[in-house]
Design a protein around this ligand. Sequence first.
Ligand code: ZN
Length: 180
Amino acid sequence: MESENVLQIVYALDFAACAHSTQRRKGGKREPYINHLTEVARLAAEATNGTDDKLIIAALLHDVLEDQSMHVSYEMIVEKFGKEVADIVQEVTDDRSLPKAERKRMQVMHAPHLSQRAKILKIADKSANLESILKTPPLDWSITRKREYFDWAAEVVAGCRGVNAWIEAVFDERLNRAKF
Ligand code: ZN
């Protein structure tokens, strides 16, 4: 990999760690949020055999527009990491003006229309979330709530299939373990 690409990945890692520094995962272990981002980036990297640095960077930044309190804008990502990366991040970001149930419905609706890279990233994100719920579920989540999440994630992923067999297999393996 070109040294410039390596630098950009490390800048993105640093940027994401700073932006999410006060956040924790919802799971019982309250893991630092950056662990989620590095897992999604690792999955995206493995899915593409380390050949797609833009996708790895977008994976590290994929939740940075989600919460306005982080004060990160699309334009800021364009400026620091380029339009290609910013567009992928934008694609996988929910419309924050909508209520949560509506945002979840929109993810299912939009999935088939995402770009190839955004589809891989979506599947990697849902795979990471499945593993977190399996290993360290939020303490207040009932079995029903977990099942609802798994069903919804499977629906979103169904709309993303056909882009990358490896990441789909990772998701399916985790979904199988989630069937209880
Ligand atoms: Zn995520």
